[in-house]
Structure formats: C-alpha cells, structure tokens
Design a protein around this ligand. Structure first.
Ligand SMILES: CC(C)(COP(=O)(O)OP(=O)(O)OC[C@H]1O[C@@H](n2cnc3c(N)ncnc32)[C@H](O)[C@@H]1OP(=O)(O)O)[C@@H](O)C(=O)NCCC(=O)NCCS
Length: 173
C-alpha cells in the first residue's frame, strides 16, 4: 500500500536513500524549510506500508499576472519503486493544486541528458518551452529544458508556445 501525504520536517531524516540518486539534487536544510513553510501543499511524499519513503515532489506557485504558475522544483522516486506510476501520480497531484490556485501553467527544468525524465514529462503532457544554456553548473556545464504544461485557465495555451531561441540563465524572469 502506498500513502501520499504532505512532507514533514521528520522526513528530512529519512530521505537519504532516495537522494543518493545522481540526478537528484540535495539542497541545504533552509531550502527545504522554506518550501515547507511557504508551499506545504506542494511538498508531497509517497510512503510505503512500512514507512519507507518511496519518492517525493517539491514545488511552489509563483509569478505575476499571466505568468502565475506552478513549478516543480524536485521530483524523485527511489530506484526500487520506479515504473509503478508514482512520479505520474505526484505530478498529477501538483497539477491539481495548481488548477485550484488558478495557475496558467506548470513548469520545470530538466537536464537535456535526462532522457527518462524528458520522456516521462512528454508523456504527461509537457513540452519544451525553451532551452536554457548552461543552467546546471558542474565539471561540464549542462543545458536545461524548461518544460511546460498549460492549465485550464490558459484557454488559448499561449503560455506554452515555444521560444525560437535558447536563453541564458540570467535572462530567466
Ligand atoms: C524520472 C522518475 C522521477 C520517474 O519516476 P517513476 O515513478 O518511475 O515514473 P512513472 O512510473 O510515473 O512513469 C511514468 C511514465 O514515464 C515514462 N518512464 C518512466 N521511467 C522510464 C524509463 N526508465 N524508461 C522509459 N520510460 C520511462 C513511462 O512512459 C512511464 O509510463 P509507463 O510506465 O506507463 O510506460 C525517476 O526515474 C527518477 O526519480 N529519476 C531520478 C530523478 C530524476 O531524474 N528526476 C526528474 C528530474 S527533473
């Protein structure tokens, strides 16, 4: 049995095995606390019957006017629980919250090389809005895809019309 519930401070002591994944970013404690304080409804965890963390999603709502949107900051599922539909379920919960908040779209950044995630987001209805050059710093910097899915408030789906040219991180609004 899987329970999806709000992430709590205690979960920060239990999510190490999930975060060992190289594609999963581990942030400093204040970063998680900020999300828990401001957008608790957007921070959800999938827990097994034995109380093990199977995966989690962390997000927020931000932007002004027609840029008001839901954002996926982190999404990860422990290797042993993949391909069970967990990420899909966590994403659809985040979209539901974004619909209730009257967001125009949901967006996320993903490494261009993360084919599994890009494919998954495509399947979930996301498309590439723009490419962000050298968004991820490291030994070799890597570009990101900024992917978006329009919510029902954006009737004409103008928020997801792809940009023709890539942008640099400092150009992100
Ligand atoms: C990407 C990730 C979150 C997917 O989690 P998941 O729970 O396995 O995903 P789901 O079971 O909900 O899969 C949804 C769909 O995505 C696609 N998909 C997911 N994993 C896939 C894989 N390894 N190969 C091919 N397609 C895949 C499939 O179309 C799948 O639907 P299907 O199983 O009905 O065919 C997980 O692999 C992960 O945590 N990766 C490391 C962290 C990461 O990359 N996060 C995203 C960063 S933006």
């Amino acid at each position: 049995m899987t329970t999806i519930r709000q992430f709590t401070c205690d979960d920060l002591f239990k999510f190490n095995h999930v975060n060992l994944d190289p594609l999963t970013e581990t942030y400093g404690l204040p970063f998680y606390m900020q999300y828990l304080a401001h957008w608790p409804e957007y921070f959800q965890v999938a827990e097994s019957a034995s109380g093990e963390i199977m995966g989690y999603i962390m997000g927020k709502a931000e932007g002004q006017g027609d840029q008001w949107h839901g954002h996926v900051t982190a999404l990860t599922v422990a290797p042993e629980y993949r391909r069970l539909g967990l990420a899909g379920k966590l994403m659809s919960n985040l979209e539901e919250i974004s619909e209730k908040k009257m967001c125009y779209f949901v967006d996320l950044f993903v490494r261009v090389s993360n084919k599994v995630a890009v494919e998954m987001y495509n399947k979930l209805g996301y498309s590439v809005y723009r490419r962000v050059l050298q968004y991820y710093s490291g030994d070799v910097d890597e570009d990101a895809f900024d992917m978006r899915k329009a919510m029902s408030r954006d009737v004409d789906k103008t928020s997801i019309i792809p940009l023709k040219h890539p942008v640099r991180p400092e150009e992100l609004e």
